[in-house]
Write a protein that binds this ligand. Structure first.
Ligand code: ATP
Ligand code: MEV
Ligand code: MG
Length: 416
């Protein structure tokens, strides 16, 4: 038996998904949005290998078999050491053919898989370029509890896991308490989000890295705190939300691009809508800080949810399935809005204080009769975390072990 001391370090990494309360899409144009982490996470196991190959297991996007690359083939000469934190279009372009997945799956599925592989290859080449060939071999395994492409930041959660795992493996960061780690994870995971989204605002990967609840504006982020291990850290109290996955597939890149077309065509009409959405985020923050009556806060939150939903619908990112969620929840005097990129995906329903559990159960039943999937969520938990795992868990156990189990392990190091 090999002693764990002789084994290279293996890291288990994890990052949450996110929910946007207010300001999706508008945030791409520089306005503020409010978002928080959700208690559904992605997990990544990263281990070194000696044959110089990079192997990835990513079953949650329908890749039944692992994908494997010879790391000698990557274009390290395209990496510019002093510009690593900027997006390198040429590097991404030159990795595209290597990332291409060929299978008999539909083209849209292969596209999603290829883009996930491209994000991995991009970060890998960028972060391993200064290491000798013999040190580059790696196996990564990814499992996620997040629905993919449903507005809950699965891409950001995946990007943050990849980034954290690679930064740890190539020793850019360590599991010691310092704020540099989180900043680096946020910066590099943004590059992976650029590959997946095209033009991300950065809100999703910021939340997946930092956790909690935030007021985010391109280039700046203000913590509204959150609560960890159920201990409330005001002002962001533990609001309850119901998330409904309409299961209508869409991808964020297309939704963001469609809003851009509208904006370019009718700037004088769209701009005031974006300004109004900015005011919603600002108003929420003011109420959160200044209004200590929970009932008043809840009523205003409901108004803002309705307003935000209608504004965002007018940008063309609604869907009849999302309207259905609003219609059903309204029968119980609950307020819902689309969350994330829209066009399908998830709706967010606010459960104000005092709503009886039996009502929530009835709402859930009505929604599931439509073929939707509902789950309650806590908003504002931990961001990216990691731990050294050595021989305490086998790769097979990781792939099959049940996702809650990872969440239950102690000694996680969080970067914030
Ligand atoms: N578990 C995962 N493993 C590998 N790749 C993933 C995983 N989850 C998401 N991805 C990548 O992210 C893509 C989905 O990203 P997309 O931004 O369209 O949706 P989302 O992040 O779930 O929603 P939103 O951005 O609106 O919050 C997938 O097609 C895939 O490329
Ligand atoms: C639609 C959008 O605002 C949120 C996606 O979760 C896009 C972005 O901010 O990158
Ligand atoms: Mg995304």
């Amino acid at each position: 038996m090999v002693s764990s001391q002789n084994l290279p370090t293996r890291y288990l990494v994890s990052a949450p998904g996110k929910v946007i309360l207010f300001g999706e899409h508008a945030v791409v144009y520089g306005t503020s949005a409010i978002a928080g982490s959700v208690n559904l996470r992605t997990y990544l196991l990263i281990e070194k290998r000696e044959d110089g190959m990079l192997e990835a297991y990513v079953p949650d996007i329908g890749l039944d078999q692992p994908v494997k690359w010879n790391t000698e083939l990557f274009p390290y000469s395209k990496v510019e050491d002093d510009k690593k934190e900027e997006f390198n279009e040429e590097l991404a372009e030159s990795l595209k053919s290597l990332a291409e997945i060929e299978s008999d799956k539909p083209a849209t599925v292969r596209q999603q898989q290829s883009v996930a592989c491209l994000a991995l290859l991009y970060l890998f080449t960028l972060l391993s370029s200064r290491f000798p060939e013999t040190k580059r071999g790696l196996t990564i395994r990814v499992r996620s509890a997040l629905p993919v492409g449903a507005g809950l930041g699965s891409s950001a959660s995946y990007s943050v896991c990849l980034t954290t795992g690679l930064l740890l493996n190539f020793e850019y960061i360590s599991l010691t308490p310092d704020s540099r780690g989180a900043e680096l994870i946020k910066k590099y995971s943004f590059l992976a989000e650029k590959i997946i989204h095209g033009n991300p605002s950065g809100i999703d990967n910021a939340v997946a890295t930092f956790g909690g609840a935030v007021l985010y504006k391109k280039g700046s982020m203000e913590s509204l705190k959150g609560y960890h291990e159920n201990i409330a850290e005001l002002p962001f109290r533990p609001f309850r939300f119901l998330l409904t996955n309409t299961k209508v597939a869409r991808d964020t890149k297309t939704q963001v691009a469609n809003v851009r077309i509208k904006f370019d065509k009718y700037p004088e009409i769209i701009k005031p809508i974006l300004d109004a959405i900015q005011n919603i985020s600002d108003h929420f923050k003011t109420v959160l800080i200044n209004e200590d009556n929970n009932i008043t806060q809840d009523t205003i939150l409901e108004d803002l949810i309705d307003l935000n939903h209608h504004f965002i619908n007018s940008l063309g990112v609604g869907h009849p399935a999302l309207d259905k969620v609003r219609e059903i929840t309204a029968q119980f005097e609950l307020h819902s809005k689309l969350t994330g990129a829209g066009g399908g995906g998830c709706a967010l329903t606010f459960i104000r204080d005092g709503i009886p559990d039996v009502t929530i159960e009835t709402v859930k039943k009505s929604l599931s009769l439509q073929g939707f999937e509902c789950f309650e969520t806590l908003v504002g938990g931990h961001g990216a975390g990691a731990l050294v795992i050595n021989d305490t868990i086998t790769a097979q156990e990781f792939m099959e072990g049940g996702l809650e189990w990872y969440g239950g392990m102690d000694s996680w190091h969080y970067f914030v």
